[in-house]
Design a protein around this ligand. Sequence first.
Ligand code: SF4
Length: 74
Amino acid sequence: MGSNLDYEADHFCPVYRKVISSDLCYDSLCCLSGEFKISSTKELSEVKDIEYARKICSTCPYSDLNGGMDEWNG
Ligand code: SF4
C-alpha cells in the first residue's frame, strides 16, 4: 500500500478538500511543516484553521516525501 502513490500527479488534498496539483501540494506541505511561511502560499492563507490543517497534512501520505513508505511494505 502507498508505494504506488504518484507524487507528480494531481491528487485529492484533505486540507483543501479538492484535487490540487503536485506543486500546490509541495508548497502547502512546506508551509504546514514550518519551512515556509503560511502567507507564502496564497491558497493556504485562505484556510481558516491552520493548526487543524497541519495535523491533517502531517498524516497525509503525500506529506511523506522522503520515501518512508518502505516501512509499509514489510
Ligand atoms: S501532503 Fe498536505 S498539502 Fe499535500 S495533499 Fe496531503 S494534506 Fe494536502
